[in-house]
Design a protein around this ligand. Structure first.
Ligand code: ZN
Length: 270
């Protein structure tokens, strides 16, 4: 996961007017899905905000997929304490849109890998008593799910370098709980995703080892400076927002910081 600044979203002319008309239609009883064209109009622009990657897992997404996820579900909320017909009043509110792959977005089972996940109608809260059921502000709700549109949520997720399995990066109980719930609901432990994440991790760790070796060499052989720089540039690319699984790679690289290798901290800040 990485932070997505949704203020950069570009909307077509008059989109706000169409969204308002759809919101009115839904308020008078129509099904939000009958106006799905309104949110689909923004799909390509949403995709651009994170280089065509899923905002939850950072896997590349095929734009032909049904990729606009409503962070707060629009038709029903399966984990609400009381029957919930969905945050229908936010169905056409762009601040509720997330760009997501089908594995994160739709409920599915991976029989072979033995995992299940996919967000579908789930929207758990830290405190269920704060659940909002009807038109109004949702500011008091604290989502349990990590949100790519919150500036620091992405830093609470990481992965194991040995197998690409996702893990909590935070240490306090509340942060760990949010990461664990998100891994489950976004299906971040989906086996094929773990394999791709692992491939990226193996490359990253090989580059870290090579970078450390070259950094030490350069102190008595300045001729190796160019080699060191090219490895450092590769590592910088791996943690860049453009790259698949860059949040996970950022987490792994953070774990490699040491006084002997200040260049790693510099890469993280660059
Ligand atoms: Zn995804």
């Amino acid at each position: 996961m990485r932070y997505v600044d949704r203020s950069k979203l570009v909307k077509p002319t008059d989109w706000a007017r169409r969204a308002e008309a759809a919101t009115q239609a839904v308020a008078s009883g129509e099904d939000p899905n009958d106006h799905g064209g309104v949110w689909r109009e923004l799909k390509d622009e949403l995709a651009k905000l994170l280089h065509d990657k899923c905002w939850y897992c950072e896997s590349p997404v095929d734009r032909s997929d049904n990729a606009v996820d409503h962070f707060r579900p629009k038709n029903r909320v399966s984990d609400a304490a009381n029957p919930h017909t969905g945050y229908r009043w936010l169905a056409f509110d762009a601040s509720n849109f997330r760009y997501a792959c089908t594995y994160c977005n739709s409920r599915r089972k991976d029989i072979e890998g033995g995992t299940a996940g996919g967000k579908a109608d789930c929207f758990p809260l830290v405190n269920e008593a704060q659940r909002v059921y009807a038109v109004g502000s949702v500011a008091a709700e604290q989502p349990l799910l990590l949100d790519p549109c919150e500036m620091s949520d992405w830093r609470l997720l990481g992965c194991h370098q040995e197998n690409g399995q996702p893990c909590a990066a935070g240490t306090d109980d509340a942060a760990k709980r949010r990461a664990d719930v998100s891994i489950e609901i976004y299906h971040l432990h989906y086996e094929p995703t773990c394999k791709r994440r692992h491939t990226a991790a193996v490359q990253l760790m090989a580059d870290v080892d090579e970078g450390k070796r070259l950094f030490e060499l350069v102190t008595h052989d300045p001729g190796r400076e160019a080699d060191f720089k090219s490895v450092a540039a590769r590592l910088r690319r791996a943690i860049d927002r453009d790259s698949p699984y860059s949040g996970d790679m950022h987490f792994l690289l953070r774990g490699q910081r040491s006084d002997a290798h200040p260049w790693i901290q510099e890469l993280l800040e660059a």
